[in-house]
Design a protein. Sequence first.
Length: 225
Amino acid sequence: MPPQQALAIARAFLPKRPWGNRYDYYYTRAKLRTDPLYPGVLAALRDTPGPVLDLGCGLGLLAHALHVDGQPRAYYGVDIDASKIERARQIARRTGLKDARFEVVDLGARWPEHTGNVAILDMLQYLPSQVQAGMLAHVSRMLAPGNKLVIRSALGDDSGRGRTSKVTDLMAHFAGWMQEVPKSYPTRESLEGHLANAGLSATFSPLYGNTPFNNWLIVAERRAG
Ligand SMILES: C[S@@+](CC[C@H](N)C(=O)[O-])C[C@H]1O[C@@H](n2cnc3c(N)ncnc32)[C@H](O)[C@@H]1O
């Protein structure tokens, strides 16, 4: 993402007082500048009208990215981490994102209701494989004609990139950045199977950028007929 846009979004995550915690600011600034995630997702969603459900939304960065990209949409973000959801709510309010709402949801236990587009960014590996399959089947019923499911995921394989993704997620957990532990990395075959069983056709593209991770962008739509 262009540095000016990244900075504009990250500034909203600055603490109210100069001595407050700046972790969210530095994290979002670095992530938005260096990670090809948001340009990839914004491009995939650009020609698909309608609201966006963000499963495992973290701090709700996607809502801000859509806003600065000139894609005004209703946004619904859910995450298991109550602290992140509270911060996401505060920042969205402060930024004036009126159409953004957030809820604490454990996607291992239940799935929200929605009609429109769906994003699942860097979170599938936190669910067991059979829950991934069930959630993708549920999500497929949310997609109206023309809507898209956009997934970014590290794929599980024995490549150096695959190993780097797994080790980094574990480090994030032990460092306290991520409460949850990865449960099951989808492989390309498992994900293709889950999406096909859910009645979706999908395209897979590597989204490595300058990172060492095995990240892929998967864009799925309901199969015609
Ligand atoms: C790597 S972060 C990605 C956050 C956000 N999607 C992004 O791209 O910036 C993974 C997120 O998944 C959330 N998560 C993990 N397990 C979850 C679960 N069972 N239900 C809901 N959210 C979960 C974590 O709390 C975390 O915010």
